[in-house]
Design a protein around this ligand. Structure first.
Ligand code: ADP
Length: 647
């Protein structure tokens, strides 16, 4: 939402001179903050109080709330405080599927966006979402309860996410008779904890959201308190963008703005630093350099279609501003690239150490490919086994094989392409990322990059003189991977064997990689958990890929139960070389055959994690070849597959 779209309902000033009001308003700074704390710490009441006391609420909220009060039949247009709070709470309850509710308000000095997130532990992801853009966090504590697990957890997350300004709002002071000793006791506990996790400073304020103490006016009930009111603090605290302006210049390109042949500009929001016409810049990851000729203000939300014109040219632009930059030279630059200061550019790398906050019900699968989104870049990433997991109550590092819902851990990860990045500490935009499941499209984790691993810079791909084409020509064939997938006992090994024999008779150079055999050597360290199955397939994929480079026709017979890993292997191969063969035997049939007696063992509970019984099989949606073994013999199936490969 752009500022111009905003219609405020406020009293005298607007009536007097709307232009003057809007002018003043446009130049106010914006503070984004988040409220967190346990379930009953009084978040809704506090937010209601801030909205109510600031007396400036957005039109749509007013309408909704007015409708509510009409329903109850009170007060007419005048909003009742209690009703406002009820309305907010009810809205949040209903909106449980909405990650975060953002509420807007403004005072004479500043505009505010507050991210309101539910307090239950299972909503860590919402807190992370809300916090990712916040300048400040208000940690609420119920004065009767003191520092709780959620207080510690949320403080740790807020700090981890890089929120520099923490307000410790010790709430419900009215319920402890405004007792200074209670306030001091909680302050002492929290200070100890805060220092242990690296929070150097925070602002403690005794408040009552319900009664309004120390919210906008200093309360007579707490004469012993000499600090600012909550609102005063929110209005005057320095926002991140002010300090971001002093950092080196970086802007991720959101789109290339080319309305006609005479104009070519690169649009995005400046992450850090300041830019002026004449500045030397470097485009990453290509490393090409040029200089800035123009800084054009964005034609508002209309986006690329809004044309090049938009506003006028700027003499300079700083962190937080959305602009279009023009270069002196016609160098390559596209969406996902990052423009940086020429002599101090960000780095590019493909292997990192990172902190990961896992937010999905399904555990993290090391080795599984996920989408990784960072700034405007999207790549494929795989995460290794965590180095450790953090117990957010004790701050202990625990050994971990994976990360479950709400777990926070540190792990190495690698991406399929180089990404332009900076450590999260230095730059939230270029160091913060999310992981997305490739099949369900759900956001499964948020993370922060620490640093790139040296390895990435030191291991180069060795270009060899005898190329893969040469290998293939020597064998007089086109390399391919026939990837068999299906339940245990479906017939993969039997048919794969026949296929290899038939191909050999046709003078084709082949190699059969069989699931059971590989587990005796290359993969003998792996078991049958989901995580190990993923790694099993990743390794087989890499081996199959090397074999196609050697010019071979590779046949693999692995259950390979997960779609994501089969797709990962498909992506590894040259286009057209991956042929997925679904040996589509119904579970009942495979179980009836039970060649290796495994189904019997699985049914009796003797064998755990057996595909089709207590471990899932995700059938291919669109395989190149589907074989129904109930309708043909193994011999016929093999003929059909060979015919498809060599028409
Ligand atoms: P997988 O490798 O998929 O675990 P196997 O090939 O080891 O399966 O076992 C499949 C069993 O099913 C073999 O005993 C095979 O003789 C039998 N079978 C019966 N009909 C067929 C068919 N049409 N195609 C393949 N195998 C069949």
């Amino acid at each position: 939402m752009s500022d111009a779209d905003v219609i405020y309902k406020t009293d005298a000033l607007i009536a007097e001179d709307i232009d003057q009001y809007l002018e003043v308003h446009q130049h106010k700074t914006m503070l984004r903050f988040i409220t967190c704390g346990s379930v009953d710490d009084g978040k809704s009441t506090l937010i209601g109080r801030l909205l109510y006391d600031s007396k400036m609420i957005f039109e749509d909220q007013l309408e909704a709330l007015a409708a509510d009060s009409r329903k109850v039949g009170t007060q007419g247009q005048e909003i009742d405080f209690a009703l406002l709070v009820d309305g907010l709470a009810a809205e949040r309850e209903q909106g449980i599927t909405i990650d975060v509710a953002y509420r807007f308000f403004a005072t004479e000095k500043r505009k505010f966006i507050v991210a309101d997130t539910p307090g239950h532990e299972q909503y860590t992801r919402n807190m992370v979402t809300g916090a990712s853009t916040a300048d400040l966090a208000v940690i609420l504590i119920d004065a009767r309860k003191g520092v709780l697990t959620q207080t510690r957890r949320h403080s740790y997350l807020a700090h981890l996410i890089g929120i520099k300004n923490i307000v410790l709002a010790i709430n419900k002071m009215d319920l402890v008779d405004y007792d200074q000793a209670v306030f001091d006791g909680i302050l002492k506990d929290y200070t100890e904890f805060a220092h242990s996790i690296g929070i150097k400073a925070f602002t403690p304020i005794p408040i009552s959201g319900f009664k309004g103490d120390n919210i906008t006016g200093l309360s007579e009930n707490t004469p012993w308190y000499r600090g600012p009111t909550l609102m005063e603090h929110l209005e005057t605290v320095e926002v991140n963008s002010a300090t971001d302006a002093d950092k080196p210049f970086r802007m991720a390109v959101q789109w290339v703005n080319r309305p006609n042949l005479d104009f070519r500009g690169f649009s995005g929001q400046i992450a850090t630093g300041t830019v002026r016409p004449g500045d030397a810049i470097r485009v990453l990851p290509s490393g090409k350099t040029s200089s800035i000729t123009r800084i054009v203000t964005m034609p508002s939300e209309a986006g690329p279609a809004g044309g090049a014109g938009g506003g006028g040219d700027l003499e300079q632009a700083v962190a937080g501003q959305s602009v279009t930059l023009c270069f002196a030279d016609e160098i390559d630059c596209s969406r996902g690239d990052v423009i940086g200061q020429a002599d101090n550019p960000p780095q590019a790398a493909d292997q990192f150490e990172a902190t990961i906050v896992w937010m999905a019900d399904e555990e993290m699968l090391p080795g599984r490919p996920y989408w990784l989104k960072i700034g405007t870049q999207t790549v494929t990433a795989t995460v290794q086994h965590p180095k450790y997991q953090v117990n957010v109550n004790t701050m202990e590092h625990l050994a971990a094989k994976t990360l479950d819902l709400n777990a926070i851990g540190v792990a190495n990860l690698s991406t399929d392409k180089q990404i332009v990045f900076e450590p999260y500490e230095a730059n939230r935009t270029l160091g913060g990322f999310i992981l997305i499941d490739k099949i369900s499209n759900a956001t499964v984790a948020a993370g922060m990059l620490h640093f790139s691993l040296r390895r990435a810079q030191n291991v180069h791909w060795q270009a060899t003189d005898v190329t893969r084409e040469f290998h293939a020509n020597l064998k007089n064939q086109k390399p391919a991977v026939l990837w068999f997938t299906g339940l245990s006992g479906a017939g993969k090994s039997t048919i794969a064997n026949l296929v290899e024999k038939k191909l050999a008779r046709m003078n084709r150079h082949t190699f059969l990689l069989d699931g059971d055999n590989v587990r005796h050597g290359l993969n003998k360290d792996l078991g049958f958990t989901d995580a190990d199955r993923v790694e099993n397939i990743r390794r087989v994929g890499e081996v199959a890929k090397l074999m196609t480079d050697a010019g071979l026709i590779v046949i693999t017979a692995f259950i390979s139960p997960f779609r994501s890993e089969r797709d990962m292997v498909r992506q590894m191969m040259q286009p057209g070389e991956f042929i997925e063969v679904h040996i589509d035997t119904p579970l009942a049939e495979a179980e009836a055959r039970d060649v290796k007696g495994l189904y019997k063992k699985a049914r009796s509970g003797e064998l755990k994690n057996f595909t089709g019984i207590d471990s899932p099989y995700e059938a291919p949606e669109d395989p190149e070849i589907r074989i129904d073994t109930t309708g043909m013999t193994a011999e016929q199936a093999a003929d059909a597959i060979v015919a498809r490969l060599i028409p």
